[in-house]
Structures are given as C-alpha cells and as structure tokens.
Design a protein around this ligand. Sequence first.
Ligand code: SF4
Ligand code: SF4
Length: 112
Amino acid sequence: MALLITPDCISCGACVPECPNEAIFENRGDAEAKGYHVGEDQGDYVIVHDRCTECVGHFDEPQCAAVCPVDNCCIADPAYPETVAVLLAKATLLNPEKVIDPSKVWKDVRDS
Ligand code: SF4
Ligand code: SF4
C-alpha cells in the first residue's frame, strides 16, 4: 500500500512535488489535520498510506525514493502490502483526471 519516510529524512522537501498522488506531507500535523493516519515510524516528512500507490499507475519506480538524497530513506512500509490491482484502483480513484497506466509497476510491489 505504501512507502514510509524514515527518521533519516533531512527535510529537504525534494520528494513533495514529485509525488503523483499528493501523499507526502511536511509534517505529521499537516497530514492529520486533513484526516490522514500516520504510522509511528516516520521522520519529520511523512507519507500517508491512504494516498500512496507506490507510484504504481504513474511511474516505473517510486519517485520519492528516486529523488531522495538519503539512501534508504523512502522505503516500503511493511504494515501496508497491496496487490498491483489494488494499487491501480487506488491510483484511479485518487486521480480521476489522469490517465493511469497499468504497465507502470515497480519491481518490489508486495502482492499479498
Ligand atoms: S511512492 Fe509514489 S505515490 Fe507513494 S509517496 Fe512516494 S512518490 Fe508518492
Ligand atoms: S527527499 Fe528524502 S530527505 Fe528530502 S524531504 Fe523527502 S524523504 Fe526527506
């Protein structure tokens, strides 16, 4: 279902504009104010699992991890594995105005 941001985050902000689902927030308070639940293990910047599709439907790899200057800072959240079908459905629901491409799937999707 989602990636998370580890406490190694240096709050550079590079990931925020790259997310196709607006799933990244500058802090927990901003996310929770919009009604999203944030797990306990994240850094200052957070990813909300309600909106993260692991970039499935949009890109071949998670864009937050691709642009992040810190190694292993944006990683798969073990609490939220989802199938490709579920992630594509979520991408469609979140982005009714965008074309969702079912061929855009990264190698580490956790089909379970
Ligand atoms: S994996 Fe993609 S959808 Fe999820 S937070 Fe990162 S950029 Fe956004
Ligand atoms: S790109 Fe990486 S270091 Fe920068 S805010 Fe995002 S998660 Fe943190």
